[in-house]
Design a protein around this ligand. Structure first.
Ligand code: BG6
Length: 506
């Protein structure tokens, strides 16, 4: 009997790549990211045997904490946010977590850090390899980068590596991103730099490339001859919560579209790379962005929709409108919903529009890519209404999987066609939970593999496009539309699609 079970073999789950000993230094280690994401993810990796045998974490921050108080906070973070099998594992590894108190601008603090790292190399065998993680507010990046370079911590000697991981936001427009890129490149070479976009760490985002390039059946259809349009949606049910003042400065366009949606777009639209190497993949991704023209400000209103949520009821509870959220100006025009129609001016996509949409306070959390195919050239079957077009749906989260919608004959004496769905679900097929995005990205940074990180030119191109949208909105006399919290956005958004297309309801 042929065994068609898709249970992954133990070997398939294990990484074949080898990791070198190293120390991870987290700047801003007293912040939320460290206890919620970074350390729980590191513990997941460690439990799975994926971290190097010699490994340590140094938390660098201003607060007067000690090694012990740092470890207490981390233990609580692993307990609350980590996998159930990791708290006991953390207890065994506590000694590997060390706290270093210093101001980000204090040169002496970096010299002391250097001494401490050398001591850790001697006691824990970390071999002089370092990764610096910038998890501070972006205003501190410049000071940290300068001081790392001045202390000689950014240069690589012999086969020792020194890398820097930069958290988002990477600038707030093209100018600030360019300035930040030059500060980064004054201290590190591009191959030492890892700009995090956590969407690239999601298994299902990586599966876009596997689906396209590990199969023969999709790629021949993957172009403007067969694809009518593409919708990329990142819908969130949460509101801005306690992040009102941050959100005021960014809006959905900077917070989500410039990075996460643009990254997904490039993976959907790119040409096959010559090899699966970091630069070959990123070269192709950046070409997609280069093929998207900046908007003429006067055309932005025609190609975008922006809106704010108003109060509503959500899961049986009343929720505030955006303008009533803490930290939000009562007359704010910041968008919590944005939809954009983009054209990719290249051979493959010349006539296929790409629609990007992201918002807070939607009815449900759902990230997906919907590839809508053209209708067959000739209608053979009588139908009361036009048949629904075929669609390939890539469900990024939750309920990760891939579905195909097509028409089938309804059983019976008449010829009636109805939509049916073929569905692949990750959970059912592989029977294992997908790892947190940070696990994959932290592991890749330790391995020195930059494929799933944004390169400087990708970030710059994405800002160029987003800046032109922001400029159009600033000039526009049309204020943001509104939508009631818990609905799928303003009615205007349908008009953006044209030609009878409609937004998918995830
Ligand atoms: C972050 C944004 O980058 O991504 C948040 O700053 C957003 O506003 C989050 O909520 C969404 O990430 P995920 O993984 O929950 O889809």
């Amino acid at each position: 009997m042929v065994d068609l079970s898709l249970e992954p073999l133990a070997d398939e789950l294990r990484s074949t790549r080898s990791v070198k000993p190293c120390v991870l230094v987290i700047f801003g280690a007293t912040g939320d990211l460290t206890r919620r994401k970074l350390v729980p993810s590191l513990m997941g990796l460690s439990k799975d045997g994926l971290l190097p045998s010699a490994f340590a974490v140094v938390g660098f921050a201003r607060r007067p904490w000690t090694d012990e108080s740092f470890r207490e906070v981390l233990a609580d973070g692993v307990e609350t946010f980590g996998r159930p099998d990791t708290p006991a594992h953390f207890a065994e590894q506590r000694e590997a977590f060390i706290y270093h108190q210093s101001d980000f601008g204090d040169a002496y603090g970096y010299l002391k850090l250097k001494q401490r790292l050398e001591e850790i190399d001697r006691t824990r065998g970390t071999a002089g390899n370092r990764i610096f993680y910038l998890a501070t507010p972006p205003s501190a990046y410049s000071l940290i980068l300068k001081n790392l370079a001045a202390a000689g911590l950014s240069s690589e000697q012999g086969d020792r590596f020194s890398r820097v991981i930069v958290e988002k936001p990477f600038g707030r427009d093209l100018d600030t991103a360019t300035a930040l890129n030059s500060q980064v490149s004054a201290a590190f070479r591009e191959r030492q730099v890892f700009r995090i976009d956590h969407y690239l760490g999601k298994e299902t985002v990586q599966n876009i490339l596997a689906l396209r390039f590990a199969n023969g059946i999709f790629e021949p259809l993957w172009n403007e001859k067969f694809v009518d349009s593409v919708q990329i949606t990142v819908a969130e049910s949460i509101g801005v919560g306690s992040r009102g003042s941050y959100f005021e400065e960014s809006g959905v366009i900077r917070d989500m579209i410039q990075n996460h949606l643009m990254q997904v777009l490039t993976l959907v639209a790119m040409e096959p790379p010559a090899a699966m190497t970091a630069d070959a993949v990123r070269d192709e991704k950046v070409k997609v962005l280069k093929a998207i023209r900046s908007f003429d400000p006067s055309k932005v209103d025609r190609n975008t929709v922006r809106a704010q949520y108003t109060s509503g009821s959500f899961g049986g509870e009343d929720v505030k409108g955006y303008l009533e959220e803490d930290g939000v100006a009562p007359n704010s025009t910041t968008e919590t919903y944005a939809a954009v129609r983009l054209k990719i001016d290249n051979w493959r996509w010349a006539r296929t529009p790409f629609y990007l949409r992201s918002a807070k306070r939607m009815p449900r959390r759902a990230t997906e890519v919907a590839i809508q195919f053209k209708q067959p050239p000739h209608a053979l079957f009588e139908a009361r209404k036009a048949p629904t077009p075929n669609m390939l749906l890539l469900r990024i989260q939750p309920d990760e999987g891939v579905a195909m919608r097509f028409g089938a004959k309804v059983p019976g004496p008449d010829v009636r066609i109805r939509d049916v769905r073929m569905d692949f679900r990750y959970g059912t097929a592989f029977g294992s939970e997908t790892a947190d995005a940070y696990e994959r990205l932290l592991l890749d940074s330790i391995l020195g593999d930059g494929t799933l990180f944004a390169r400087d030119d990708e970030v710059a191109e994405a800002w160029r496009i987003v800046d032109s949208i922001v400029a159009g909105w600033a000039e526009s006399d049309r204020p943001p539309a509104t939508y009631t919290a818990g609905t799928w956005g303003p009615p205007d958004a349908d008009a953006l699609l044209r030609r009878g297309r409609t937004w998918r309801r995830p």
